[in-house]
Design a protein around this ligand. Structure first.
Ligand code: IYR
Length: 289
């Protein structure tokens, strides 16, 4: 018995370890794309997750540059405008008040908007900082009625699948308060659709690395939203899941460009409504150390 006890303990130990390991392996549920449930993020567009190089056959843009250094750039003096403190306070308050009125609006008027205003808000977006100043963005402005309708057909077909299958019950339930669904009338009605593409790398005159391209383009989108708010236009930041490749082909954009955001732009419809949401107070969004 005294000899058997250590043996028994060893056998027990092996059996228990085996059972624990097996149960761990089984709890790692794998989805069809070979990812565990913890990795599965349906809200991240498959197209945006794809950082692979372009498929063979599409890669006709030549060699990669050794580095992005082109000509040396002179450094010149810069003295941005300064304001007295009382003016600063006033300006900070006015700008906050303006931006605090911004809402995502899904009911857009068909009323025409001056083209030069759209040009200027896009120019403004293009002032965003970018990794190594690569300016990795393309803003595709669509006002053509037929193209807008084709975009709507693509988006609605994918969004119906998103809502019914891809997003899952929890996500759909989380959105219920916004009363959204896959019908996107604004894609036909808004006078302009602005589709913002991130360039995953540059192609001219040679292929070059676009560092932090997604964050750079996201900053540009934020500035674009502020510029639209500044002129009294509305939009909704739509990120149509899994529509990127089809929209890229429809708009004849090259393979280094991935759709990041789609903004319908116009005046708010007279009968527009928005959910009665509030924003977190400063204490909940800022820590001061
Ligand atoms: N892209 C879908 C679903 C959607 C997702 C989020 I997160 C929202 O804040 C709102 C909608 C749609 O546009 O309906």
């Amino acid at each position: 018995m005294a000899v058997l006890t250590p043996c028994l303990a060893l056998v027990l130990c092996v059996v228990v370890s085996f059972l624990v390991l097996r149960s761990r392996r089984q709890s790692k549920v794998v989805d069809p794309r070979g990812k565990t449930q913890a990795d599965f993020k349906p809200w991240v567009d498959q197209d945006l997750q794809d950082d692979s190089q372009v498929p063979t056959g599409e890669d006709e843009e030549g060699k990669w540059a050794d580095s992005n250094v082109e000509d040396d750039v002179p450094h010149v003096p810069y003295s941005p405008q300064r304001h007295p403190e009382d003016k600063m306070l006033q300006r900070s308050h006015h700008f906050y008040a303006l931006m605090n009125q911004r809402r995502s609006v899904r009911f857009i008027s068909p009323e025409p908007v001056p083209r030069e205003v759209i040009n200027n808000v896009v120019r403004t977006a293009g002032t965003a900082p970018s990794g190594a100043h690569t300016e990795p963005w393309t803003f595709v402005v669509v006002s053509d009625v037929d193209t807008k309708h084709r975009i709507r057909l693509i988006v609605e077909e994918e969004e119906e699948m998103n809502y019914r299958q891809r997003m899952g019950d929890k996500w759909v339930k989380d959105l219920a308060k916004l009363r959204t669904n896959w019908i996107k009338e604004y894609l036909d009605v808004a006078p302009y659709l602005i589709l913002i593409f991130k360039q995953t790398y540059g192609v001219l005159p040679v292929k070059k690395t676009h560092y932090y391209n997604e964050i750079s383009v996201s900053i540009a989108c934020g500035i674009l939203l502020a510029a639209l708010q500044n002129v009294g236009l509305v939009t909704v930041t739509s990120t149509p899941l899994n529509c990127g490749p089809q929209l890229r082909l429809l708009l004849k954009r090259p393979p280094n460009e991935k759709l990041l955001m789609l903004l319908p732009v116009g005046y708010a419809a007279k009968d527009a409504t928005v959910p009665d949401l509030t924003r977190k107070p400063l204490e909940d969004i800022m820590v001061h150390i």
